[in-house]
Design a protein. Sequence first.
Length: 136
Amino acid sequence: MATDTFEELAETFAFLDDWEERYRHVIELGKAMPPLEEAFKVPALKVQGCASQVWLRPLVAEGRFDFQGESDAMIVRGLIAVLHALYSGLTLPQVLAVDAVAELGRLGLNDHLSAQRSNGVRAMVQRIRETAASAG
């Protein structure tokens, strides 16, 4: 299960010839994200387990999940944008039903991220899942 936005992203990745182009696209996605207000860069919203600094601010309204995010690393900021495309707008049960490993695998991310970056993505997904579970 993935959002229409994520499906479009997967189609874009399928047209990009190599990982370097995909990597650049992930960075561009991160640059296009609105910045997180400084007031939300607090320890409670910081994701542990990421090599760089990452904050996720969950937003749940009318049973739908969304979040804002920020990182001090451009590639991680792009990965936050990818996760936003994957989860934003889903219902809380849908968030919990997403197989993030499989969906991100469709983009080839599993094969091209360093171990530290992969751990960071897992930590972000875990935070998203925990938020959805506790809000539901």
